[in-house]
Design a binder for this molecule. Sequence first.
Ligand SMILES: [Zn+2]
Length: 81
Amino acid sequence: MESNGKEKPMSLSEDLRLPVGCPGCGSRLMRVSSTRNPDDRVRCASCQRFVCLYHEASKVLKKGPGSESEALIEKAFNRGS
Ligand SMILES: [Zn+2]
């Protein structure tokens, strides 16, 4: 019997596009784990830096582009955890 089943890695990540850019490099393309737990870290796809937690990202997605979203992301980014 052949085993074609590939094991899926535990930390599978997905693309996430935010309405505001990464404070580090300006890229709006982020990476988040496919489980998308509220406490999952969202990282910049381009510079790999921590940007915010997923629950913060989803808040920004709801708000859309604007100074509130930018402030939220910047605050999370500067907290850096
Ligand atoms: Zn970046």
